[in-house]
Each structure stands twice: as structure tokens, then as C-alpha cells.
Design a protein around this ligand. Structure first.
Ligand SMILES: [Ca+2]
Ligand SMILES: [Ca+2]
Length: 342
């Protein structure tokens, strides 16, 4: 059944409601700047609620969007404007409350507007309770939820992997030394964004539970942040010129993506799209089976599509030398930085 902008059933339609994401117009909302309803100068969820007529009031006078994608509104210290998540299952007070979110979803659904939210799987905030626990001791039950390694023989980083965020044009190691436990932790982005260890099944379960949390609250899909960074070489070997990068492992990533698909398939008409930045399409096609044969498996086809979405990392990459071409891994070693205090 198709529904119109006011949520009323309409006859016909060019596509099934189940594949709304194929033909629908999706509008990104950056909550911080969209509409401030509380008068503090920062946009918020109630502000979005006030503007739904602008998005789709059922007439040609509005934008007529089919779905909104909400950039992160989760609890966060905002080191990376919300892409450093400290609680995946709550709304940051800056943006409102879970009740505000529920009200927004209900109002959107009433107009036939789907709601897509951001999912940030590669890392958490360094203030996330999981990382605080992981960091507390080498024997912590959550130690292995993140990627910890001894410093290199020279006291520098464990390997030559670099953060995606250079500092004033200079490369920054993807490792930060933690004085308390004498090891370094991996962060593909800011030091305030420690990478989760997706090789750990407990991490996979915890993060897929996050998907279920929002699906149960009525969201229609996810924009998956930096999904290509989920996996990494378990042996933490250096990147080497001319070889596939080892700080982003395609196979482990695809296992996770297939798991996301299984979670979504337990619900009706849900979708996900990845922020994917891979410069080696031949390897991608060889691994996924997509491309010439058109035999994309349902487990991946809807979950890993868009090359370089307009997410935070793309924004921050612009103006900086983001990374090397495929197989052009960085080779320089630099001293580790100091762990940011919670
Ligand atoms: Ca506000
Ligand atoms: Ca990672």
C-alpha cells in the first residue's frame, strides 16, 4: 500500500512501499543548524517537528520529501559534532529527549515521511562507558571491546596506521598512548573516538542491539557512518605501499554488514546505506560479487551502496590530504599523542 504525504492510503504507485528507498527523496537534516525551538541558538528535535510542513505538507508548496536522514543527535561530548557517541540509545540534552524523538517519528509517520538515523559503528566517544571500562585495566572485561596494543619497540605507535584527521596538514598516528595501562588504543579518526573491536562478538551483539533499539522505536533505516572502517587486520601489521590497506578490512566489514542486513530483515521495509570510501573497486566487486553479473546478494545490496556520502568524515577530509590511493598505505611513523582526559 502506498501512502500520501498525509499518511492516507492511495491507489497505485510506481513502486511497492517495501522498496520506498529506491524511489524516495531523502532529505538530510543536521539537527544542530536546522531549527532551534528552545532559544539557545542550537537546533533541536522539537525544532524539526515545527518544520514538518516545510518538508512535506502534501502540497506542491512544500519540499515533498519521502524521508529525512537525521545526523547524530545522540549523547556526545561533541568532539566531532556528535560523531563521538557516548550513549547510542539516548538523545543529547542539547537536542531534546527520547520523548521528543518519539514525537518526531510519530509526526513524520503521520505524513508518510520515513525517518533514517545515523549509525556510527566504527568508534565511540572516549567518554562512552564501554571505553571508560575498557581503559580502566588490562583485565577489564571490556578491554577487548577496543583495539589495544603495546607501543612499538622504539616506544612509538604499534604500527604505521594514521588517523584520517591530520593536524594542520601533518599526519597523526592512529594510536594514542594510555599512561594508566601502558598500552595504545586505536582511533581511525580523533583521539576522542576510539575504534571498537569488531572482531569481538560481544561488540557485534552490543552494536546490533543498538540497531534494534532504534528500529523498535520506529525508524525506517540507517545511514552507516564510515562503514568501511569497521574491520582491521587482527595482527595489526603495517600498511605497505602496493598492498591492500590493513587498517580497513573489507572481509570483516562485509561480515558485519551482512549482520546488519539480517537485523533489518527481521523488520518490514527497512533500509541502510553506507558511507563508503574505498578506492579499490576491483577488490570490492571481487568480494561482494556485485558489478558485471548483477548478482548482488540481498545481504549486501541495500546496505553498502553510496560512495562517500556527505557525512562528517567527507566534510573534514575536504581540504586535507585524506589518504593514500589503494595499496598506498602510509609508511611514516610518528610519536604517539597523549590520551585526552575524560
Ligand atoms: Ca535549541
Ligand atoms: Ca576500525
Amino acid at each position: 500500500m502506498e501512502v500520501d504525504a498525509k499518511g492516507e492510503a492511495v491507489a497505485g504507485g510506481s513502486a511497492s512501499v517495501d522498496d520506498w528507498w529506491r524511489h524516495g527523496v531523502v532529505y538530510q537534516i543536521y539537527p544542530r543548524s536546522f531549527q532551534d525551538a528552545t532559544g539557545d541558538g542550537v537546533g533541536d528535535l522539537p525544532g524539526i517537528l515545527q518544520r514538518l510542513d516545510h518538508l512535506n505538507d502534501g502540497t506542491p508548496e512544500s519540499l515533498g520529501v519521502d524521508a529525512v536522514w537525521l545526523s547524530p543527535f545522540y549523547r556526545s561530548p561533541m568532539a566531532d559534532f556528535g560523531y563521538d557517541v557516548a550513549d547510542h540509545c539516548d538523545v543529547d540534552p542539547l537536542f531534546g529527549t527520547l520523548a521528543d524523538f518519539d514525537a518526531l517519528v510519530e509526526a513524520c509517520n503521520g505524513r508518510g515521511i520515513r525517518v533514517v538515523v545515523d549509525f556510527v559503528p566504527n568508534h565511540t566517544s572516549h567518554r562512552h562507558p564501554w571505553f571508560l571500562e575498557s581503559r580502566s585495566s588490562r583485565n577489564s572485561p571490556k578491554r577487548d571491546w577496543y583495539v589495544w596494543a603495546d607501543p612499538g619497540p622504539d616506544g612509538g605507535p604499534p604500527n604505521n596506521w594514521l588517523s584520517e584527521f591530520p593536524l594542520e596538514g601533518s599526519p597523526v598516528p592512529a594510536w594514542t598512548f594510555d599512561q594508566a595501562t601502558g598500552q595504545c588504543y586505536l582511533h581511525s579518526f580523533l583521539a576522542q573516538q576510539p575504534d571498537l573491536n569488531w572482531l569481538n562478538p560481544e561488540v557485534r551483539r552490543a552494536m546490533t542491539d543498538v540497531l534494534r533499539f532504534w528500529l523498535d522505536r520506529g525508524v525506517d533505516g540507517f545511514r552507516i557512518d564510515a562503514v568501511h572502517r569497521i574491520g582491521h587486520d587482527p595482527d595489526l601489521r603495517d600498511n605497505i605501499d602496493g598492498e591492500p590497506r590493513r587498517d580497513e578490512d573489507l572481509e570483516v566489514t562485509l561480515e558485519a554488514v551482512r549482520e546488519f542486513r539480517r537485523v533489518l530483515d527481521a523488520y518490514e521495509a527497512k533500509m541502510a546505506v553506507g558511507e563508503v570510501y574505498l578506492l579499490d573497486p576491483e577488490r570490492w566487486i571481487a568480494t561482494t560479487g556485485t558489478g558485471a553479473t548483477g548478482s548482488t546478494s540481498s545481504s549486501t545490496s541495500r546496505s553498502s551502496a553510496s560512495p562517500g556520502g556527505p557525512g562528517h568524515s567527507e566534510r573534514q577530509r575536504s581540504g586535507s590530504s585524506r589518504c593514500c590511493p589503494p595499496g598506498r598505505g602510509p609508511t611514516t611513523r610518528s610519536p604517539t599523542t597523549t590520551i585526552p582526559e575524560p
